[in-house]
Design a protein around this ligand. Sequence first.
Ligand code: DMJ
Length: 574
Amino acid sequence: MSCPLHPKRLFLCLLISLAFFVVDPSSQHLEVKKKQMREKVREMFYHAYDNYMTYAFPHDELKPLTKSFTDSLSELGNLKLEHLPTDYNGSAVTLVESLSSLAILGNSTEFEKGILWLSENLTFDIDARVNLFECNIRVLGGLISAHLLASDPTNRLIQGSYNNQLLRLAEDLGKRFLPAFETPTGLPYAWINLKNGVMENETTETSTSGCGSLILEMGSLSRLTGDPRFESAALRALRQLWRMRSSLDLLGTTLDVVTGEWIEYSSSIGAGVDSFYEYLLKAYILFGKEDYWRMFRSAYMASQKYFRHGPWYHEANMWSGKPTYWQLTSLQAFWPGLQVLVGDIAAANSSHREFFHVWEKFGVLPERYLLDHQIIHPTMKYYPLRPELAESTFYLYQATKDPWYLDVGETIVKSLNLYTKVPGGFASVRDVTTMQLEDHQHSFFLAETCKYLYLLFDDSFVAKRNYIFTTEGHPIQVVRSWHEKLPENYFSGNWTLSKSGAWESRASALSLQVCPSIALNSRRPEQHRESACHVPDVQINHKCWSNKECGVDATTCRLRTCSGVGYCGLWNPL
Ligand code: DMJ
């Protein structure tokens, strides 16, 4: 605005400038937009939830086109329904998965009603073969998270008394998982019969994520019950998996739990491996065990080195590091969110943009997109209402506050309503090229997709506490009593005040673990964004014989490499 120096005009200009300063129209506009979008997402959630409660509950998931149900807990992995007892009415998986979202939406009535129903009706004493990984992230994780939310008096979610009913259910379920871990390697079977344990002639094949992403739920269960068996089993499996890595710090996609041998050598950040990376970092944030960070750091560096090609991540052979498949899988879209937690914001932003371009190109994200041919994989054209892009968008907005991410969220909301909303709920897309629908509303649509979209436009829930979200989007609070490294003055707000000499500074739980000295000593903490990705070179004088001795640059989060004359640095072009 130009203000010529005439006294009267000057006064007027000052007034106008002041008005701009006091009520910045752009920030006001942003708030209005966030409010509108939040209400739209709330409507989406209830459209999906109410239809589930009307047509599918207490079965597991809703079939929105026929307004009927599916008992997906047992169907996951294509188990035939004849394996189920005739009187089986489902395990209300979508209800269990919805509890933490109901809490975030502030619906204490429905939250409490759900808990009451589950405590009176839910049983795991059923002759059903379930997938350990899915049952862990959806049911065990859903119960534990809702238990923590219900027993937190500051949330005021429960009017009556809460007597740990969900924790008792979780403990019962956790005990039924334990026989799966009785293998020569300690790696769990992928499938378990909840009543009878591991079935005869059970397949010994599982995936890396299947046995490497149990620690958040099972570790929390041990902390809550005092029974160490859950955490020990999950940790033993994780360590065994890590021992099986190649010399390049890469892991394959599938393996045999009895022989401990790899079956599929192709390695990636996508399907079959994704949450393995996620759980190493999040376990470190939640429990503070140095071991998790060490494993994550090596695995993360290897991913940057062998999979990353500009903003894309291809697959690579775990032994040679050579590229195998050049494809984008829709599950990979969680990666930028993980990179935000690492502090690698620039890389997160560039990959996120590519995923969003593909979303814009097709209207939603196809399950598999062939990067080398720029076409959709001929048999994987579906979009089952997955949350990953919304999840990363939420994390990136939290880190940058760049309103562009709100526009991305708006686009996602519009597409979901345009292509997938039907009178009976939200339906998966069978083929993104025709937008033909499929009769399935997955429970993760309520646990994750709607939750992350809501949190994008209204983050008041995360502003109150320091949470990590499990791979299924269930929040677990970071508390000092579970943590090996948090300082005494840590309290579980999203930001905690820490005193260092005369200076009081605000720091996140993650920063206190990863860069405690920087986080505690920064004089302008509000302007300081710590980088959790910093990995020092092995030698203090930065000398090296190979790339393995070089770390990750603290400022750019880029991998340092060993130069021809034997010094670590940022030698590789971006
Ligand atoms: C969710 O069940 C979890 O996020 C899992 O880790 C993989 N992705 C699905 C939803 O896409």
